[in-house]
Design a binder for this molecule. Structure first.
Ligand SMILES: *[C@@H]1O[C@H](CO)[C@@H](O)[C@H](O)[C@H]1NC(C)=O
Ligand SMILES: *[C@@H]1O[C@H](CO)[C@@H](O)[C@H](O)[C@H]1NC(C)=O
Length: 216
């Protein structure tokens, strides 16, 4: 179903889960929201934790409605975004959770926050320890959570289909893990951008990591 990019250096795990297994999200959890529109994006956020990605520690991050987040100061080009001429892979360090033309519709919400809430840190620590047997000493110190709830395809070709997914970046200040949660039966469309990469054409949403240097 998905075309993975380049899974290097960042350690990732993906789950198909029910609502309750998502990390807590929503305004009641203290989340900020992206504006409701096509190809929405948030501000560059200053983070308290350091999130390492391809050997670079980042303290800035930006969330896009299009199912992707970028790390560091530079953004994806908004003109490119609007005209769907994405450089592929993006020329900015990025984590694609479900990278596709997305509209944050009337019934959709895109949430994000960084947190040091103890119960969230504990859940994150537990997840890393379960998933990686060599990480029994890992202790999360900061977590960044972005959640796309009921987002729809930007061309409105499938108006009754919506997707719900989440990424959790978990750091101990040195190493970063990312957890992708896709809601059970909560991925109802997969159409992506029409992109060409190394001679192949991809039509479905993309999932994975890019160092932003066109190599990794
Ligand atoms: C960073 O920490 C400061 C002080 O604890 C807090 O006010 C601020 O909201 C935090 N920022 C983020 C992005 O969590
Ligand atoms: C931490 O998060 C949990 C789950 O969202 C919440 O119930 C609790 O009130 C939060 N604690 C603090 C101190 O914000």
């Amino acid at each position: 179903m998905f075309v993975g990019w380049i899974f290097l250096q960042i350690l990732a795990f993906a789950n198909c889960v029910s609502d309750e297994d998502f990390f807590p999200f929503g305004e009641s959890a203290g989340d900020l929201k992206l504006p409701a529109r096509k190809h929405a994006f948030g501000k560059v956020l200053m983070l308290n934790g350091t999130y390492s990605f391809y050997n670079t520690g980042h303290k800035q991050l930006q969330v896009y409605g299009d199912g992707i987040i970028t790390l560091g100061k530079s953004s994806l080009s908004h003109t490119a975004l609007k005209h769907r001429k994405f450089p592929f892979p993006p020329n900015t360090p990025s984590v694609a959770v479900f990278y596709a033309p997305i509209e944050v519709g009337k019934l959709s919400e895109v949430f994000h926050r960084e947190t040091r809430n103890e119960s969230v840190l504990k859940k994150a620590t537990d997840h890393v320890r379960w998933s990686f047997t060599r990480e029994q000493d890992f202790v999360a110190s900061s977590v960044f959570i972005a959640t796309w709830k009921n987002v729809i395809h930007a061309d409105n070709r499938l108006p009754s289909k919506s997707n719900t997914f989440q990424v959790v970046l978990i750091t101990d200040g040195q190493r970063t893990f990312s957890l992708f949660n896709y809601k059970d039966n909560g991925l109802q469309w997969i159409k992506g951008y029409h992109v060409q990469y190394q001679g192949f054409r991809f039509f479905d949403a993309q999932v994975g990591f890019s160092a932003g240097d066109q190599v990794r």
